[in-house]
Design a protein. Structure first.
Length: 254
């Protein structure tokens, strides 16, 4: 009996000893890995950058290039507010959220600028009526162009929206909308026709024009220039087509 008791005690001591060695070995291995990881980051191990919602304008490759100066920093050295500012410096990024995940991952979620219209020759208007300037305007020619010396982009967008709601059902489409210095409106259609609307009651004048538009006779190889800024009626002139993107004739109020 005493033999089995002694044997059991010996086995328990052996088991505890082995378990202790396993625990010590695990702690040593884990500590070594943590130390190695720390040294790697201290020496500049690469941070993995993940763009959660890439798009045609904001790509994973572009974001990696933009944040390349930060790729050699350690996990704890990453300045998230500063990185967010850098991401938001991208012309097509409206807003960015940056998250840091252990051990070496940086995740970025962006709200992209949506171009609604062109503003002049070099800027765009986004979905909130705010201006931004892309690196290039290539591929954006199909957007309606807005121009004004006095009106704000958001005000121009509202006017454009109201005009489109009225004229699109007639199969007419605006190419360029201009607010002139006196507040009147110059409208260039894709068809080549031009309209001039008064500063006051412009939408009312536009609706009156559309009611008669189809009945106005056309002339071969000519486009119509219709001026509705008169108190009584309107004037129609025929002219050769002018490209509004390159030549906007100066027009004085009648």
């Amino acid at each position: 009996m005493k033999f089995w008791v002694a044997m059991r005690q010996s086995l328990m001591m052996l088991f505890r000893g082995v378990l202790t060695l396993v625990v010590i070995a695990g702690l040593v291995w884990g500590g070594t890995q943590i130390w190695k990881f720390w040294l790697d980051h201290k020496q500049g191990a690469l941070i993995q950058i993940d763009l959660i919602n890439p798009s045609q304008r904001v790509t994973q490759e572009g974001m990696q290039s933009l944040l390349k100066p930060y790729s050699g920093l350690s996990f704890w050295q990453l300045d998230l507010p500063e990185i967010r500012e850098v991401v938001e410096s991208h012309p097509w990024v409206l807003k960015a959220d940056v998250y840091r995940y252990w051990p070496n991952r940086l995740k970025i979620e962006v709200t992209e600028q949506i171009a609604i219209a062109r503003w002049g020759d070099y800027e765009l208007i986004n979905q909130y009526g705010e201006l931004f300037r892309p690196d290039s305007m290539i591929g954006l020619d199909s957007l309606i162009k807005l121009s004004s010396l006095t009106a704000k982009p958001k005000e121009m967008l509202i006017m454009l929206r109201d005009m489109l709601a009225v004229i699109n059902p007639y199969g007419l489409h605006i190419k360029h909308l201009v607010q002139l210095a006196d507040g009147s409106w110059q409208v260039f259609l894709i068809s080549g026709d031009e309209w001039y609307l008064p500063a006051k009651d412009a939408m009312l004048s536009l609706k009156r024009l559309l009611a008669l538009y189809a009945s106005i006779p056309e002339q071969e190889n000519s486009k119509m220039r219709i001026d509705l800024r008169y108190r009584d009626g309107f004037a129609v002139k025929w002219h050769t087509q002018v490209d509004p993107a390159t030549d906007i004739p100066a027009v004085s109020s009648p």
